[in-house]
Design a protein around this ligand. Structure first.
Ligand code: PRX
Length: 656
């Protein structure tokens, strides 16, 4: 976060209370209601979650024990049997929702589709049978590498229906990144499309899959299913590759949902950490279903008449929890949009709101900042009066962007829910409840009922009012990650031992800095580790550095984030070259492209700075703090006494 943002947040005193008319019909109607729930949950968390699980979900078999907590390993609803695809589909078919729109899809260019619950159920059952025919069995992992089309949700629900954990890889990741994830997950099948639309162009996905699988690089993959979306020529490898529509044509629509154990893996989703390769975050069935269901219902105050739109991609956790599972489990209408604002169509988001009468809109601060720059005339030229609730996620929102969102998009009538959470938490953890919580621009406000969050120092002791510290969670919650796929030690180390457990009490370490103000409001300050947040996407500095050093010209690389008005942070790479290479614009361009090839466009460095040496401590550690200051154009302050060669700093500043 930039210094000016921090300062404006520290001075933020404005308070926005929910309107009476909003609170009146809301699920949670007042601060007292919220406090009662939170207190009840704190006093007896297991009873609280058990009651909700009983009320809100369908179980084939009830659990024996609500929580089995062997720190840091948790099991929720032990021996309970359910299926999330059943909860998202079948149970709505016996109600009036059978013919309600489950998914409204707005595609590009000009395509659209509305799928009712009955139709979605049929397609999911067919695709579940298709997967079975391809030999996919309960427990087998399925890779999903898709554009934003309904088939992405259908594929996920079909996997869930037969108990095959899915691992969705964002369609913007490169073949190399896809390959690493498929290898780690040992995927048996990959589901993809020939291509998708991205900013007026076709992004070819199937050729990336071919590249990822080339030379038998992922031996576990036996079959590839391809949705025909963009219809350009692609190579289909006989025996391995199949068209989705061919397989679906012959598949029976009869496929009962497999009773899954509450703790059976539902999906693996890779996310960046501060060390090594991305981690496979494991989420299981029962706790995840319950938590995404109830958070969607209360935080977005879902009503049956709502048209709910979350602008994320299904490749991220937000897409999993708040486009697919949470909304569908509630029987809501969820909108999926394939497009993105771009020069040729900067008002497209507002067109979609107007066209479908969107009532709940959930997006990222980076998008809001980009809209501010595009100008108020775009939203003002559309009818946005259907909107009644706004949300943000992915990074801290600066008060200016919050106010613009409130005024220009929300017409000063829509509550804003600033939701803090992570891939690992499965669902939203700190957030306003829109009918209950008075909001302060830039604050995610209070923990969701049942979540015991705190701000502590490295000894695990709470810090004082308005003092910065580490954001932690003190008690397990239903949708917490269960482990890192194939690496329980990494799970333990990264999340539960960063702050050493005391007297058997474990704290979940989120990796974010935060403070609590005098009223107990949480203010999230951003990552405290070597993880960047670029346009709401999480990137490990190590990941980008490994990509850079895999280029023959690069001897050493250090990557830091530089504050950026729109993206939040931008990647800046400091590079030392191998002896026979000369720095220059051409090489900088080539290195940026190399990162795109290794990871994807989201990791493209905004700036490459060549240097003869990098600032290091006497023990050889790169001093990123100094590089961050340099990248931001700030004076290098603080302690530089451990810097081994002080002349390096002058050289980096261009004074050497
Ligand atoms: O730093 C926090 C930031 O995003 C990180 C989680 O990233 P990811 O796992 O990709 O999930 C993003 C979507 C849930 C967090 O550690 N973050 C997320 N939401 C907020 C946020 N920072 C501040 N305010 C938020 N509302």
């Amino acid at each position: 976060m930039s210094q000016s943002t921090i300062e404006s947040i520290l001075q933020e005193e404005r308070l926005f209370s929910p309107s009476e008319s909003f609170s009146e019909t809301a699920h949670i109607k007042s601060l007292e209601d919220y406090q009662r729930l939170a207190e009840r949950a704190k006093a007896d968390p297991e009873k609280f979650w058990a009651e909700l699980a009983q009320q809100e979900l369908h179980w084939f078999q009830k659990w024996d024990t609500v929580l089995d907590w062997q720190p840091p390993f948790a099991k929720w609803f032990v021996n309970g049997k359910l299926n999330i695809s059943y909860n998202c589909l079948d149970r709505h078919l016996t109600t009036w929702r059978k013919n309600k729109a489950a998914i409204i899809w707005e595609g590009e260019p000009g395509d659209s589709r509305t799928i009712t619950y009955a139709q979605l159920h049929r397609e999911v059952c067919q695709f579940a049978n298709t997967l079975k025919q391809l030999g996919v069995k309960k427990g087998d992992r399925v890779g999903v590498y898709m554009p934003m089309i309904p088939e992405a949700a259908i594929a996920m629900l079909a996997c869930a229906r037969i108990g095959a954990p899915h691992s969705v890889v964002f369609g913007g990741f490169s073949a190399e990144a896809l390959r690493d994830r498929l290898i780690d997950a040992e995927a048996k099948v990959v589901i993809t499309a020939d291509g998708g639309w991205r900013k007026d162009a076709i992004v070819a996905l199937k050729p990336q899959v071919d590249k990822a699988l080339a030379d038998g690089a992922v031996p576990s993959v036996e079959n590839v299913v391809v949705v025909k979306r963009t219809a350009q020529d692609i190579h289909m490898q006989p025996g391995r590759d199949h068209w989705w529509h061919d397989l679906q044509q012959d598949a029976s629509p009869d496929c009962p949902a497999e009773p899954m154990d509450s703790e059976d893996t539902l999906f693996i989703l890779y996310t960046s950490g501060s060390t090594g390769k991305p981690k496979g975050v494991v989420h299981t069935t029962g706790g995840y279903n319950l938590y995404t269901h109830i958070t969607t219902k209360w935080i977005f105050d879902l009503q049956d008449t709502d048209v709910y739109w979350c602008t994320a991609d299904v490749g991220w956790i937000t897409g999993h929890s708040y486009i697919v599972y949470g909304p569908l489990s509630n029987g809501a209408t969820t909108l999926m949009y394939e497009g993105a604002p771009r020069k040729s169509n900067p008002g497209c988001f507002w067109d979609v709101v107007e066209k479908y009468g969107v009532t709940i809109f959930y997006t990222a601060p980076t998008a809001i900042r980009a809209f501010i720059k595009m100008g108020d005339h775009l939203p003002k030229a559309r009818d946005l009066s259907s909107l009644r609730l706004l949300g943000t996620v992915g990074e801290p929102i600066n008060p200016e962007a919050w106010m613009w969102y409130h005024k220009v998009i929300g017409g000063e009538r829509c509550p804003i829910v600033d939701t803090w959470w992570q891939t690992e938490t499965g669902g939203v953890m700190i957030t306003p409840l829109p009918g209950a919580t008075s909001t302060k621009p830039g604050s995610a406000t209070f923990p969701f009922p049942g979540i015991i969050a705190d701000v502590v120092n490295l000894d695990g002791n709470p810090v004082g009012e308005n003092e910065g510290g580490y954001l932690v969670v003190r008690h397990p919650w239903p949708s917490m990650l269960r482990t890192v796929y194939g690496n329980p030690e990494r799970f333990r180390r990264t999340y539960w031992e960063h702050i050493p457990p005391k007297d058997g009490k474990y704290l979940y370490f989120a990796g974010d800095g935060a403070r609590k103000d005098k009223d107990g409001y949480f203010w999230i300050m951003g990552r405290v580790d070597d993880v960047l947040n670029v346009s709401g996407h999480r990137l490990g500095t190590m990941e980008v550095e490994s990509a850079l050093v895999s280029h023959p010209a690069v001897a050493e690389a250090a990557v830091v984030g530089k504050p950026d008005d729109i993206k939040g942070e931008e990647v800046v790479a400091f590079i030392t070259l191998e002896g026979n290479y000369e720095p220059g614009d051409e090489l900088a361009k080539e290195l940026k492209q190399h990162v795109v090839k290794e990871i994807g466009a989201i990791a493209r460095p905004g700036e490459i700075r060549f240097s003869e040496a990098l600032p290091k401590t006497r023990s050889g550690k790169i001093m990123r703090r100094l590089l961050r200051s340099l990248a931001a154009g700030e004076e290098v302050s603080g302690d530089t006494s451990t810097l081994e060669d002080k002349s390096v700093l002058d050289k980096l500043r261009g004074e050497g």
